[in-house]
Design a protein around this ligand. Structure first.
Ligand code: PEP
Length: 241
């Protein structure tokens, strides 16, 4: 089980990010692997704070260009590796929507991440309208097919867009069906290598629903947004895994 916290553009100050890191550092060991993904500005501090703990460090994005160069405002995979990150979230629905990230761009970012040894956590998910129209599985399958390069290795996060930050979650049957479909798609494309591609569930995971969600077939962990900003809640979710 991997329990990954996506802090998004939070907390507002470095002091608060460090306080959250310190609270997590005191965590009792859990069977689940823990990962925190703070904003770029807090990565170096969190790397120092979490060094020697069992909590890993990830970023929330990287440039599609792998190396240094004239790309104003971008952060490369090489820079993230240098700071101590092991993972990077790519293709989050907020970036697909706010920054108009395409599947092709996400595929290029995955290649850049892998070129520098970062493990990508690739997000896919449907809107409420798409689910209502019965298109959830086909939309997610299309995102997966177009985002992943042929040599992909990494982690998938199924995050229904309508469940993110809303307190809503799909039914157990819907999560089970989607994760089974994703697993089948990965197996069809990557063969035995698919077994090493965990599929996380993300979208309003809280201490109260984590155990039920994490017990579902083909759910290899959780990508947690809002609840990862509270150390007690994040650790309770991890304990449920
Ligand atoms: C997310 O945005 O990755 C997420 C899962 O958010 P939340 O847990 O707040 O729904």
């Amino acid at each position: 089980m991997l329990i990954a916290g996506n802090w998004k553009m939070n907390p507002p100050t470095l002091a608060e990010a460090e306080a959250l890191g310190r609270a997590l550092r005191l965590a009792p060991p859990t069977p689940a692997t823990l990962l925190v993904c703070p904003p770029f500005t807090a990565l170096a501090s969190l790397a120092a704070l979490l060094r020697g703990t069992r909590i890993g460090l990830g970023a929330q994005n990287c440039a599609a260009t792998p190396d240094a160069g004239a790309h104003t405002g971008e952060i490369s995979a090489a820079m993230l590796r240098d700071l101590g990150a092991s993972h990077v979230i790519l293709g989050h629905s907020e970036r697909r929507a706010d920054q108009a990230e395409s599947d092709a761009l996400i595929r290029a970012k995955i290649a850049a991440a892998r070129a520098h040894g970062l493990i990508p956590i690739v997000c896919v998910g449907e809107t409420a309208d798409q689910r209502r129209a019965g298109q959830a599985e086909s939309i997610v399958a299309a995102q997966l097919a177009a985002s992943l390069p042929d040599d992909f290795a990494g982690i998938i996060a199924y995050e229904p867009i309508w469940a993110i930050g809303t307190g809503l979650t799909p039914s157990a049957a819907d999560v089970t069906a989607m994760h089974a479909a994703l697993h089948a798609d990965l197996a069809a494309r990557f063969g035995a290598r698919a077994e090493a591609m965990p599929i996380l569930y993300g979208g309003s995971v809280k201490p109260g629903n984590a155990a039920d969600l994490l017990a579902l077939p083909h759910v290899g962990g959780a990508l947690v947004g809002g609840a990862s900003l509270n150390a007690a809640d994040f650790l309770a979710i991890a304990a449920a895994g």
